[in-house]
Design a binder for this molecule. Sequence first.
Ligand SMILES: [Fe+2]
Ligand SMILES: [Fe+2]
Length: 235
Amino acid sequence: MSKILIDLSKDSTLPASWYHVGSQKLLNEILEEVPVKEVFLPQILTCLEEIHSLIKATSSHNLPTGLHLGRVGRLGALLAKKADLDWKERLECLYGGWIHDVGKIYIPENILNKPGRLTQEEYELIKGHVNYGCELLKDYPHLQPFIAPVKYHHERWDGNGYPHSLKGLDIPITGRIISLTDAYDAITSFRPYPPYQRTHEEAIQEIKRCAGSHFDPVLANLFCEIEVEEIENTV
Ligand SMILES: [Fe+2]
Ligand SMILES: [Fe+2]
C-alpha cells in the first residue's frame, strides 16, 4: 500500500466500525497527487472530520443508509479513477459519495425500512432527501466543494431525474458517477422484499440496459469493465 498521509484507522478520523482498507487505499492514491500538501492536507482532514460526524449521525438514524454511504463513496472514487479524473474530482466522488444521502436523516426510519412498495406519497417524501441534504450542508461551508454528488445523484442522463431534471453533460460528472454507483449499490444490497438482493452480474446487466437512458453511456461502459474482484475489494 502506498504512503499513508491521513490514517483512517485512527479514532480521530473515522470510527473503527467504519474503517475499510479500500477507503484507505483510494484516499492514499488521491492524496499522493495533491500538490502543496502542507496547504491542502489540513483542509482535507478538516473536511473528513466533518464528514465523519455526518456519517455517524446518519448511521445512528438508519444503519443501512450509513453503510450504503461508505460503499457508494468508495465505488465512486474507483469509477472516477477509471475515468482518469484528477485528484479533486476523485476526492469529490469519495467525500461527496460519503454524504450523498445525508438528507435521509430527515426521512422517518419506518419509511426508509419499509418492507414493500412505497406509496406515491412516501416516494415523494423520500425524494425530498436531496434538497434536505443540500440545506443541511449549508451549515458546513468546508464541504461545499463536495456538494455536486449530493445535489445531482438522482438526475438521469435522459433528463427524467430529480429534483433539477438536468440532462446529459449538463449534469456535473461527479453527480453522474455517484448516480451510477448509487444504483449499483442499491441493486446489490439486501432489501426486505423481493427480489431481496441481486448479484453483481444482474446489476451489470441492469446498468447496461439503462446506459444512455438513466446513466451516462460512457461512464456506464467504464463501470461495466471494472473487474468484479476490484469491486468486491472496494465495497
Ligand atoms: Fe439518494
Ligand atoms: Fe444513495
